[in-house]
Ligand binder design. Structure first.
Ligand code: HXC
Length: 260
């Protein structure tokens, strides 16, 4: 399947998705959204695929935001009636149960930063720059920036970022807990793909459950989250892969997973 605005490659059990509008710094227009929804659904449905990596084409940007040229003349009634941006949150994040990583290779601004934050985690290159500059356009984040950035880095920094529209470099992003680690740009894809391979080699049900558990921490009280964790753990103990995983450990050999 070929897409207009993204490239999709399968590397073993890992799907690499590249936003491919480098001339517009990979700005996110409605075609990118449609293509990503389709590619993530295909990734989710393909039993041979265990983890995905999302990155941007070129060395300059992951995505420099929602496409300003597409939004400039759009009337407010269209934004409202289309419930603009709702599909980003409902499709790409909520329906993908398999893990995916954002490999941020440059600017991740506005919608680009928000899209990266929808990933299960972010690996950044040394030249990465994060920001929510929407205020400078007379608007505000619309794809989760005010919520996910605040949960990721806390109120002080989220307020600072949203109110000044300034950019955060990769070192500050790592210090603040926005990204898991920073690597040289030349190593970014290798590192992200290797990490994704590690995840894709895990028992698939356990991978989905681990992801759900961590995400539950954002939606529940501590007691409800701990209960969810125990119940989900207990359900996994009924899987063939749990029996195999423990047996393989005792027999000092790698496990062979069935996804059951
Ligand atoms: C459309 C964009 C774009 C964007 C860059 N381009 N960002 N097009 N939407 N978000 C285009 C430029 O117009 C230009 O096209 C080309 O990409 C290269 O960009 P330059 O500005 O020439 O590059 P540079 O001088 O290096 O500056 C890089 C930059 C700057 C600092 C990242 O491009 C920038 O500030 N971009 C906008 C960042 C931003 O505000 N993002 C938030 C968007 S709003 P041409 O054709 O001139 O070569 C958002 C949600 C808003 O995400 C919600 C509203 C409802």
């Amino acid at each position: 399947h070929t897409y207009e605005t993204i490239l999709v490659e399968q590397k073993g059990a890992v799907t690499l998705i590249t936003i491919n509008r480098p001339q517009a710094l990979n700005a996110l227009n409605s075609q990118v959204l449609a293509d990503l929804i389709d590619a993530f659904a295909a990734f989710e449905a393909d039993e041979t695929q265990g983890c995905a990596v999302l990155t941007g084409a070129g060395e300059k940007a992951f995505a420099a935001g929602a496409d300003i040229k597409e939004m400039a003349d759009k009337p407010a009634s269209d934004f409202f009636n289309e419930d603009f941006f709702s599909k980003w949150t409902s499709h790409v994040v909520k329906t993908t149960r398999k893990p995916w990583i954002a490999a941020v290779n440059g600017f991740a601004l506005g919608g680009g930063c928000e899209l990266a934050m929808m990933a299960d985690f972010i690996i950044a290159s040394e030249n990465a720059k994060f920001g929510q500059p929407e205020i400078k356009l007379g608007v505000a984040p619309g794809m989760g920036g005010s919520q996910r950035l605040t949960r990721a880095v806390g109120k002080a920094k989220a307020m600072d970022m949203c109110l000044t529209g300034r950019m955060m470099d990769a070192a500050e992003a790592e210090r603040s807990g926005l990204v898991t680690r920073v690597v040289p740009l030349a190593d970014l894809l290798t590192d992200a793909l290797k990490t994704a391979e590690t995840i894709a080699a895990m028992p698939p049900m356990a991978a989905k459950v681990n992801k759900e558990m961590v995400n539950a921490a954002y939606e529940t009280t501590l007691d409800q989250g701990l209960l969810f964790e125990r119940r989900a753990f207990q359900i996994l103990t009924a899987s063939d892969d749990k029996a195999e995983g423990m047996k393989a450990f005792i027999e000092k050999r790698p496990g062979v997973w069935k996804g059951k």
